[in-house]
Design a protein around this ligand. Structure first.
Ligand code: NAD
Ligand code: ZN
Length: 348
């Protein structure tokens, strides 16, 4: 089969790989119908992952498709099932995992597909999926393949940000970042009844999409003044950070009002963030962050998408074949030709 393999900084290659088999009796193999590239994959693309094995590993944690093989202990899924795969998984056994809270796995078995050499990902024609009963859910009627792909990671991430931000009806919300995750955070924030959502970025097409979806677009250079003006100088009730830079995390803390909530879902690789304790202390700040517990959020999100209430697919700007994977990474990283998010078709 073909897959997109990570070899190091800006070096991803479409290669022919052995066909996967179930990893153990609880595993399954999924033939992939659609996959996508995430902003998180760019952290790897920028060279943040030293490789122990020169063969590299298959990238990708956003993929959906058909179950083609199951191990002897898989009870809930059968070959022929069309499934959404959780991009984040746990041991599948402990009480938090059973509740879908895979990031709180008591066995410390939380993993993200396609981000390390320990678990190959799904930017490929097929993938081996551990603990199939826990990390796969059927694609219900009314959910398209594009929507299903977004349910593997970034819609849950945006929704998680909105939940962590504790939005109440009537609140003023700021979403920092209007990338694919920031847009999912906007759509999710709107479910909680805010009076207004400001979306901060510097890319004109991204701000235009946010505006079309109901946000008030704000260029990053004007964010502080614009939010102060809109809140009588008090600051926003809730800020969701969806970028992952020291500067944007600090800006989130700066933009929130006294007693407000900051939720950071951008992935920060920084171990040296100069956390402004004084401001946090004086603001009685609530600061929450975390990797997204995807399966925990499916019971809320799948019906919202199936019913047409949430339309996360607005973020897809381009479709390409998996065989064009290296070019897709380059274009996505360069944000070339208005690239927002690329859907990859493994049959091409
Ligand atoms: P992206 O890179 O496409 O989008 C980031 C956006 O931030 C871009 O539009 C960029 O222009 C904007 N930006 C950059 N600097 C800015 C600044 N100073 N102020 C305002 N905006 C700025 O990435 P994405 O796919 O949208 O993902 C966003 C983040 O979410 C990434 O860090 C990704 O790793 C993370 N993520 C987290 C989880 C999780 O579980 N918490 C899951 C998926 C993705
Ligand atoms: Zn567990």
């Amino acid at each position: 089969m073909k897959g997109i393999v990570y070899h190091g900084e800006r070096d991803v290659r479409v290669e022919t790989l052995p066909d996967p088999t179930p990893l153990d009796a609880r595993g399954a193999v999924v033939k992939i119908e659609r996959t996508a590239i995430c902003g998180s994959d760019l952290h790897l693309y920028h060279g943040n992952m030293p490789l122990e094995n020169p063969k590299g590993f298959t990238l990708g944690h956003e993929f959906v498709g058909e179950v083609v093989e199951v191990g002897s202990e898989v009870k809930l899924r059968r070959p022929g099932d069309r499934v959404i795969v959780s991009g984040v998984i746990g041991c599948g056994d402990c009480p938090p995992c059973v509740r879908g809270e895979v990031v709180r796995c008591l066995a410390n078995a939380t993993q993200v597909f396609g981000t390390t050499e320990h678990l190959d990902g799904g930017q490929a024609e097929a993938a081996a999926v551990p603990v199939a009963d826990h990390c796969l859910t059927p694609i219900p009627d009314g959910i398209s393949l594009e929507q299903a792909v977004l349910l593997t990671d970034i819609l849950p991430t945006g929704f998680y940000g909105a939940k962590l931000a504790g939005i109440e009806p009537g609140d003023t919300v700021v979403v920092i970042g209007a990338g694919p995750v920031g847009i999912q955070a906007l759509l999710s924030a709107q479910l909680f009844g805010p009076a207004q959502v400001f979306q901060v970025d510097r890319v004109p097409e991204r701000l235009a999409l946010a505006e079309k979806l109901g946000a008030i677009p704000v260029h990053v250079d004007h964010a502080e003044a614009r939010i102060a003006e809109a809140t009588d100088g008090q600051g926003a009730d809730c800020v969701i950070e969806a970028v992952g830079l020291d500067a944007t995390i600090l800006s989130a803390i700066g933009l929130v009002r006294t007693g407000g909530n900051v939720a950071v879902v951008g992935v920060s690789m920084s171990s040296a963030l100069p956390f402004p304790m004084n401001a946090a202390f004086m603001k009685q700040l609530t600061f929450r962050t975390g990797l997204v517990p995807v399966p925990e959020l499916w019971p809320a999100l799948i019906p919202l998408v199936a019913s047409g209430r949430l339309n996360p697919e607005v973020v897809f700007s381009h479709q390409m074949g998996l065989s064009e994977g290296a070019e897709a990474y380059r274009a996505f990283d360069a944000r070339e030709n208005g690239v927002m998010k690329i859907l990859l078709d493994p049959s091409r």
